[in-house]
Design a protein around this ligand. Structure first.
Ligand SMILES: Cc1cc2nc3c(=O)[nH]c(=O)nc-3n(C[C@H](O)[C@H](O)[C@H](O)COP(=O)(O)O)c2cc1C
Length: 354
């Protein structure tokens, strides 16, 4: 069975849930390593005060015994600590009693750049909150927890994945300070590198097997990501073929890595390098023009507590997304119900091709 991930959870609901299926039995997980990634996601210059409220921690409800996977579905929960301020507004059941706390009034001012307007139109909703709560990037927390599990699996076959924000735009503290002063927001670019990936993950056989397509989809699946590059990406389009490719040495290694470790839809044994471009965050303290859905009159968009920049957080979320997709590709290639079968299959393959 292949690795699959299902998640649920609203931004201010009781919590976020992930169910991971297809993990081999016998993988040791480190709770601190998962919590450490959750903490990294909450850091970064330009985040809102909500990050101080949340301090995410993972809980495991199923699939793990004494720190080792059982080969059964792994169920993870990250509670929304902020839910205590929204118990009436985000109660899963009809709340009863007097409205109290946050989220008690319907939101009718859709924010440009968010799922707000198309979301209420598509699902026939009267309250924009019914769309924005799930569309929010809050649930990337549980994707980061799943990514930490994927990284633990990849470490067993010598693969290491790391994401970082490029030091520009929303990852530049001076630019963030200036944007905050102007009640504006920023985006930016993150880069994820994966070392130790053997040749042959992914395939050229079908377009949906291509590793570059899968990584691009994984990254575009993250809120606010509007562009993805593999290796030198768009810059390659300006070069001649003689300048753009990575020549092969007698040791079968390359002296350059413009392809970012992927050729023909497969890893080629070099470091995998992908980048994702994030649009500026769309909730502005200086709101953009919108319409009041109740009155039909022109109005300013909803102003809700929001980050100035979340590029550093995106680096962690993108790292998790790449790790998850590489773990899926590795599970497809090496299989195994027990971790030892998975690792043994990888070892035999690496010996055969070396
Ligand atoms: C980690 C992370 C944190 C984010 N935080 C915010 C935020 O505080 N305010 C905001 O307006 N958008 C935030 N966003 C971006 C929105 O979720 C995103 O712009 C929105 O979902 C619409 O983007 P889309 O068109 O790509 O779905 C964040 C995105 C990520 C990945």
């Amino acid at each position: 069975m292949n690795l699959e991930l299902a998640t649920a959870g609203e931004s201010h609901g009781p919590g976020l849930v992930a169910i991971l299926t297809g993990l081999p039995a016998g993988l040791t997980l480190d709770r601190d390593a998962i919590d450490d990634d959750l903490r990294r996601r909450q850091e970064g210059y330009g985040r809102s005060p909500r990050q101080r409220i949340e301090q995410d921690r993972v809980e495991v409800l199923a699939g793990l015994r004494h720190g080792r996977t059982l080969g059964s579905p792994l169920a993870l929960v990250v509670r929304n600590r902020d839910h205590k301020n929204w118990t009436w507004g985000m109660s899963p059941w009809p709340p009863g009693g007097e409205p109290q706390g946050k989220g008690t009034k319907a939101v009718t001012l859709p924010r440009p750049g968010h799922a707000d307007l198309a979301g209420v139109q598509k699902f026939g909703l009267a309250d924009v909150r019914d769309a924005l709560e799930r569309a929010s990037a809050r649930h990337t927390a549980v994707h980061v927890a799943a990514g930490a599990v994927a990284k633990a699996l990849l470490a067993q076959i010598g693969i290491e994945v790391r994401g970082e924000a490029l030091p520009e735009a929303g990852a530049d503290p001076a630019a963030v300070d200036a944007a905050r002063k102007d009640r504006d927001t920023l985006g930016g670019v993150v880069e994820v590198r994966a070392r130790g990936v053997p040749p042959g993950l992914g395939s050229y056989a079908r377009k949906e097997d291509r590793l570059d397509a899968r990584l691009a989809a994984a990254l575009m699946g993250i809120q606010a990501v509007k562009g993805v590059e593999v290796g030198d990406g768009f810059a390659l389009a300006q070069l001649r073929g003689s300048e753009a490719h990575d020549e092969i040495g007698t040791n079968r290694r390359r002296t350059s890595n413009r392809a970012g470790g992927i050729e023909g839809g497969m890893s080629n044994g070099e470091e995998i390098v992908v980048r994702a471009g994030m649009k500026p965050l769309p909730t502005l303290m200086k709101p953009l023009a919108s319409v009041d859905l109740e009155t039909g009159e022109a109005a300013n968009a909803l102003v809700e507590r929001s980050d100035v920049s979340a590029v550093e957080a995106l680096a962690v979320v993108a790292e998790a997304a790449v790790a998850w997709e590489l773990a899926r590709a590795a599970r497809e290639k090496f299989g195994g119900d027990a971790l030892a079968d998975f690792v043994g299959s990888w070892r035999a393959y690496v010996e055969r091709i070396s």
